[in-house]
Design a protein around this ligand. Structure first.
Ligand SMILES: [Zn+2]
Length: 599
């Protein structure tokens, strides 16, 4: 058992605060050194680095030291332990109800976790950084037990705190920890307001760290549920049990932040927040909707920093990429990308634009909203409130002498009509449509009353796509499925039974701290490419049905979403489950009405 005895000479004990008068003062004067807080035990560090490290949250400090000395974090932790006489443990287990041993607020504020009470009656606590004297005193004051500190892996500790005690749980836990002992009502109210502000900020910050694209606040009968959308999947956020009682305050706070009328609770409203994070700003679109148990809020995070992807990063295979580029290099025609909301259509269009961008080509876009900024491209955002729609923007752009035009989405006959005429008059037009598969795009244009011969002579290529989750490269594992199961999956993936020979390449999702235990991190596309060949051309002119067009396209070798997915599985990028789930997801009728988002 390692004690708290410090090898360093004992220096003056910090005597700030009311505890000084405490009769237990001698009890509280632990025999370890206050200088832990000043890192005097770590030599050879410039003052500025020392200051930087000490100004960072406790859970980040070892990582900073590790990068400073180019060593693994675990090695640094062992060394800190050696220098401070604290034991370093790689693993720990939480007791049944940790908050009975240590209050939630201490756990959060000090980023530490109680593990047990040992046979000497000491409270064992694991921490990512050597504790200060003050921490020990608070532990004693709150629990009545002397602490036995141990060092543990910072990542594991902070993850365990979030998972067990929720995002921002400390912000709303207002029991037993009053630093100044004041409890006047006014102070309480101000504390509560400050706690709500901190809580909302923490929820947004955690969403950014976890790469969420949306945050949903959903009032239910007994709880206020908070969920993130990460890589297209909804992930519930652990929240404190008492959150329901703060629901109105939380919702009001977000409405104030986004400039929404807080007294209007019966009608849906929209607003936006500019959330500062360090040197950059994050744009958040907020919408409210009255529900049975209060207003439901959805926040869409538009990260200005998010980098547009290249065609390779989209996951396009070489042959598909060459096919697409050959079409993009033509001076005129239409290239359409189709898929449901959130299938990455505008991500693909942006990748195409970046690929064909050169000084002698004037590229103009009209988008809703502009999701990625591309240097050297003229980007316009529609504004339906003032009647600046896709159609009217497109008409204006045509007067601006463009070579290439990207239209965020073709939603109506007018836009479709202008886009097609533009492509016939010597422009390359890129756009998206909300249809399930590539042949569906043709019939959708016919439904919009576009003349079939105009479609046949303008559309060069239709690409249907989905985004599937990309396996986390740190934790994916070879599949344990039986041959029988795999053969059954192959049938669903349009792959021959003989493809079982690639069994070794099939991976499964597992989960690690790097991917928030989801097993996936980021996304990769699966594609169905249809070119306007002569046989398809004549089918379109005859207004043939989508299934008929599809049959011919498949005969000509069109890859399907499933077969494209099988290729991505063989490349170790995703799993069988992901491809089957997403390639089957058809657009529901109601989704066709929902044009609010064109992700
Ligand atoms: Zn992982």
């Amino acid at each position: 058992m390692v004690g708290l005895k410090n090898r360093m000479q004992k220096t003056e004990i910090d005597t700030e605060g009311a505890e000084e008068e405490n009769e237990n003062h001698t009890e509280l004067a632990f025999d370890f050194n206050h200088s832990f807080e000043h890192m005097d035990w770590w030599s050879g560090l410039a003052d500025l680095d020392r200051l930087n490290i000490l100004n960072s949250p406790k859970e980040d400090r070892a990582r900073l030291l590790a990068s400073k000395y180019s060593k693994p974090v675990a090695d640094i932790m062992v060394e800190i332990g050696r220098k401070t006489d604290l034991e370093y443990i790689e693993d720990f287990e939480l007791p049944e109800s940790p908050t009975k041993l240590l209050s939630m607020r201490l756990i959060h504020n000090y980023c530490c976790l109680p593990t047990e009470i040992n046979d000497k009656g000491k409270l064992c606590i694991v921490t990512p950084w050597p504790p200060s004297e003050k921490m020990s005193r608070w532990v004693f004051a709150v629990s009545g037990l002397k602490p036995l500190w141990r060092l543990g892996p910072p990542e594991k500790i902070s993850r365990a705190i979030t998972e067990n005690f929720g995002v921002g749980a400390d912000s709303l836990d207002d029991e037993d920890f009053e630093e100044d002992g004041q409890d006047e009502e006014q102070d309480d109210l101000e504390d509560q307001n400050a706690a709500i502000i901190r809580f909302v900020n923490e929820v947004i910050q955690r969403a950014i760290v976890d790469r969420a694209t949306d945050i949903h606040f959903e009032p239910h009968k007994d709880t206020l549920q908070i969920r993130y959308r990460i890589d297209g999947q909804l992930v519930p956020v652990r929240v404190p049990d008492n959150l329901r009682s703060f629901q109105d305050a939380i919702i009001s706070r977000i409405k104030i932040m986004s400039g929404i009328n807080i007294s209007e609770k019966r009608r849906p409203q929209g607003g936006r927040i500019t959330f500062s994070q360090g040197q950059s700003d994050l744009d958040i679109r907020v919408s409210t909707l009255p529900t049975l148990y209060g207003e439901s809020l959805s926040l869409r995070l538009l990260n200005e920093k998010s980098q547009p992807l290249s065609m390779q990063e989209l996951g396009l295979l070489g042959v598909d990429e060459r096919n697409i580029i050959s079409v993009l290099e033509k001076p005129h025609g239409i290239v359409l990308v189709t898929g449901p909301t959130g299938s990455g259509k505008s991500t693909s269009l942006t990748a195409f634009i970046r690929r064909i961008h050169k000084p002698e080509r004037r590229i103009m876009t009209v988008e809703d909203p502009v999701e990625y900024e591309v240097a050297g491209i003229n980007q316009t955002q529609v504004n339906s409130e003032i009647g600046f729609t896709f159609a009217s923007a497109l008409r204006e752009i045509l007067r601006q002498d463009p070579d290439v035009i990207m239209v965020g989405e073709i939603r109506d006959r007018e836009t479709a009509d202008i886009a097609i005429r533009a492509s016939l008059t010597g422009h390359l037009v890129l756009s998206t449509l909300h249809t399930n598969d590539a042949p569906g795009a043709i019939t959708r244009l016919i439904d919009m009353e576009i003349e079939p011969f105009l479609i046949a002579s303008s559309v060069e290529m239709v690409i249907a796509q989905r985004l599937v989750r990309r396996l986390c490269s740190k934790c994916s594992k070879p599949t344990t499925k039986s041959d029988k199961e795999i053969i059954a999956s192959l049938a669903l993936l349009d792959a021959k039974e003989s493809e079982i020979k690639y069994k070794d390449k099939i991976l499964e999702a597992f989960g690690c701290p790097d991917c928030q235990n989801l097993g996936y991190r980021g996304r990769v596309g699966i594609f169905e490419l249809m070119r306007m060949s002569d046989p398809i051309h004549s089918l379109v002119i005859k207004s043939a049905s989508a299934p008929d067009i599809r049959e011919v396209a498949l005969k000509e070798g069109m890859s399907t979403l499933q077969s494209s997915g099988w290729n991505q599985i063989k490349r170790g990028l995703t799993t069988v489950d992901e491809v089957i789930r997403y390639s089957d997801s058809a657009i529901e009728d109601h989704e066709l009405e929902d044009f609010s988002s064109n992700a």
